[in-house]
Design a binder for this molecule. Structure first.
Ligand code: PLP
Length: 377
């Protein structure tokens, strides 16, 4: 927290707006949509709820296919399952670790031949970086399939000068505790389609028809964000740019210290935009350094430092075993490699330089102890 959040929360208490409605909810929606440049926004209880509402808006029905980036957190997929949809997973491209346009093209063509095009393509913007949306949108437009941008991890990033999360028909953000700004829990659905947002606003408050008595003709949800939490969100939004700068500085220190170790590669930043570097992620080439992410994670855990593997791809999850999967090239799965060799390093915006230097020293020690087979010149 920056401190400013407390004033907004105090105001919620002082005015007794302790409900999933109130001036902070309206204010947070207006300020966020102004910040990212969409016509509207809808504050919800989680990013997962926002993806669920976006799927309802594109008209998902039982048995519909939905394409989803495979390298992501399960929340990108669960709402497809809530609706009885059939997820189809799309591999990453090596350049951005995000959805591979060439894999997407093969998947769309296969679906067209089968006569079952997907209801939507959920494109995930991983670890703070936008996917390459232009070729993805061009393909999806050609096949008439709407894009939902899962920008839960990329609030504050840009794609060709535009805010990440605003290029598809719908975008979603998350304010869960681990995200770049947080309300403890919360989410936002953004779009330029105000009628669609009005519909989702109606569904997310139990779909109450306009009647004095409680009348319902459609299925609804209890998905709105509390006015207290929206107050926290308004305070957090004011420090978003600071947080992005902090995360990028953390990335740069890691890179400056570790990138010269042969066999270490950091997640690339594509020239088309700016990543927030929400998490600093790198890969370890096992042909050059004789260790694994699991060993390095264990080594750091011994020093009370938490690092994590890269997301386990969805096509490898027991829950989703039966789903189709399209790899980057017919013979090669990029996301399997990233999962096998990738690691996410401690990246919290409040990390101090001495804390980070301690992490860097321990990583460097571990990597050097694994006697690189080829020493760099
Ligand atoms: C965090 C996250 C979500 C879900 O957001 P919640 O607010 O936790 O429901 C969705 N997709 C991705 C890629 C995420 O990292």
């Amino acid at each position: 927290m920056s401190g400013m959040e407390q004033d907004f929360v105090k105001e919620a208490f002082a005015t007794n707006w302790i409900a999933p409605v109130g001036p902070h909810v309206d204010g947070f929606e207006q300020e966020l949509s102004a910040h990212v440049g969409t016509r509207g926004a809808l504050a919800l209880s989680s990013g997962t709820a926002a993806i669920h509402q976006a799927l309802r808006l594109v008209g998902i029905e039982r048995g519909d296919k939905v394409f989803v980036s495979t390298l992501t957190f399960i929340a990108s997929v669960n709402p497809v399952l809530y609706e009885g949809g059939e997820p189809v997973f799309i591999d990453s491209e090596p350049e951005t670790w995000n959805m591979s346009p060439q894999a997407l093209e093969r998947a769309l063509e296969a679906a067209r031949q089968e006569g079952r095009l997907p209801k939507a393509v959920i494109v995930v913007n991983l670890y703070g970086q936008s996917a390459d949306l232009d070729p993805i949108l061009e393909l999806c437009n050609a096949y008439g399939v709407p894009v939902i941008e899962d920008a839960a991890e990329s609030l504050g990033a840009t794609y060709k000068g535009r805010a990440s999360g605003t290029l598809g028909a719908f975008g979603i953000y998350s304010f869960n505790g681990n995200k770049i700004i947080t309300t403890s829990g919360g989410g936002m659905l953004v779009s330029n389609d105000l009628d669609a947002l009005a519909k989702a606003r109606f569904w997310s408050t139990q779909a109450r028809d306009a009647a004095l008595h409680y009348e319902h003709s459609e299925l609804g949800y209890n998905y709105r964000l509390s006015n207290v939490l929206a107050g926290i969100g308004r305070g957090q939004l004011q420090v978003l740019e600071e947080r992005v700068a902090a995360r990028r500085a953390i990335f740069e220190r890691y890179e400056q210290s570790l990138a010269r170790i042969e066999g270490i590669d950091f997640m690339p930043e594509a020239a088309f935009g700016m990543s927030t570097r929400w998490l600093t992620a790198m890969t370890i080439n096992p042909r050059i350094v004789d260790t694994t992410p699991a060993e390095l994670i264990a080594q750091l855990a011994g020093e009370n430092i938490e690092a994590r593997p890269v997301w386990k791809p969805m096509h490898l999850q027991p829950l989703l075993r039966s789903c189709d999967y399209f790899t980057d090239t017919p013979q090669f799965s990029v996301s399997d490699q990233l999962f096998a060799h990738g690691i996410c390093l401690p990246s919290g915006s409040n990390m101090t330089i001495p804390e980070q230097e301690r992490v860097i020293d321990l990583i460097a020690q571990h990597l050097h102890s694994r006697r690189p087979i080829h020493e760099s010149a």
